[in-house]
Write a protein that binds this ligand. Structure first.
Ligand code: ADP
Length: 352
């Protein structure tokens, strides 16, 4: 059953007047409270915050949820924190060339992207970053994969980032890399719903409100896909270029090509393609199995006129190292997989 929207809205807002924010305003009057809906006994609303406020607003979110769940006719309440400032202009209206540089001390901002999730984009970002560092570069990683931030797991990061004297966040250092992830700012079980404009606003803040210091390369682990948010980042973050991660099957399909054409549309050069899970290396016999055939991805990259940076095999070692938060290139930079990433890093540096 759905209650008349205006009734539940007024009732809930009245009840929420007792919730005060850190600046003394009531939640109701702060303008941060989103639309309130009640359906089948479940009430939903959102509180708008900036990502840096997530920790401070968690008790407020919990209190609001508790109050709403006590309203008559409500069995369950869900209040989420969302990060949204003024909605950014649609991608077609953003003019990167007229914007002041947001990362003046970073030489190259590079997006690592994939047409869809689960192809190993984050694994590639982390190991590529470590391989670039092994080449003597100062490297940072921004985990912009807001829907499923995996950098804390991959690098074994814990604790909240510190805030510097200028109130900017200080990246967490791990294995010699500077790292920042939305996963470090909110509790894992804190409900966060992100829509296109919010993703863009959160990412802009992680670029501009984090003290990245002087870096040679900042890799952005992009949200998967090619929607408006990805397009807006591609246009807004003054990218030097993009690295596309793809599995062999994915390349043959349409997803990776979509990623490539999205960057081309906004004049971001494709620095190269990394083929992940290219072949399987058997744990028992050490033999290489070309499950998806060999050479197809490289040929496809040539056809698409994209530099081919290299092939990363599917191995147990890589998966286990990632899950343990000790990336394989950090553990064994000169091992077989370490060398694979180092070669990819060298080709990427050449492309720069
Ligand atoms: P994405 O960022 O594209 O969603 P992830 O990097 O999180 O993908 O990888 C998805 C899963 O696949 C993770 O469990 C990761 O450890 C595993 N994985 C990625 N690349 C490889 C690889 N080359 N060999 C084995 N496992 C891999």
């Amino acid at each position: 059953m759905t209650q008349a929207p205006q009734d539940i809205d007024a009732q809930a807002r009245r009840a929420l007047r007792e919730v005060t924010l850190p600046d003394g305003a009531t939640l109701d009057a702060s303008g941060r409270l989103g639309a309130i809906s009640l359906r089948d006994g479940r009430i939903n609303t959102a509180i708008t915050i900036s990502p840096a406020e997530a920790q401070a607003f968690e008790p407020i979110r919990a209190r609001a949820e508790q109050i709403l769940s006590g309203l008559p006719g409500v069995h369950q309440a869900a209040v989420v924190l969302t990060a949204e400032r003024a909605a950014p202009a649609p991608p077609s209206l953003i003019k990167p060339k007229t914007k002041p540089p947001i990362l003046p001390d970073v030489r190259h901002v590079i997006a690592v992207a994939s047409g869809k999730g689960g192809v190993g984009k984050s694994t590639t970002t982390v190991n590529l970053a470590l391989a670039l560092r092994a080449q003597g570069l100062r490297v940072g990683i921004l985990d912009a994969d807001i829907y499923g931030p995996s950098l804390p797991t991959l690098l074994g990061l814990h604790g909240r980032p510190r805030v510097g004297a200028d109130r900017r966040l200080i990246p967490t250092e791990a294995f010699g890399l500077q790292a920042m992830s939305i996963g470090l700012l909110v509790d894992e079980d804190t409900a966060m719903i992100w829509r296109g404009p919010m993703v863009m606003s959160a990412i802009t803040q992680m670029l501009a409100e984090v003290d990245w210091g002087r870096l040679d390369v900042l890799l952005i682990d992009m949200p998967p896909g090619t929607g408006d948010a990805q397009l807006a980042i591609a246009q807004g973050a003054t990218l030097r270029g993009a690295v596309i991660v793809s599995t062999p099957q994915d390349l043959a399909l349409i997803d990776a090509r979509r990623g490539i054409s999205m960057f081309r549309k906004v004049d971001v050069p494709i620095l190269g393609l990394v083929e992940n899970m290219a072949h399987f290396v058997c744990t028992d016999c050490g033999a290489r199995h070309d499950i998806f055939g060999s050479g197809g991805a490289e040929a496809e990259a040539t056809r698409l006129n994209v530099p081919y940076l290299g092939a990363v095999p599917l191995t147990m070692e890589l998966r286990e190292a990632s899950d343990r938060g000790r990336p394989v290139v950090a553990l064994a930079p000169d091992g077989v997989i370490g060398q694979v990433y180092q070669n990819i890093a060298r080709r990427l540096i050449d492309a720069l």
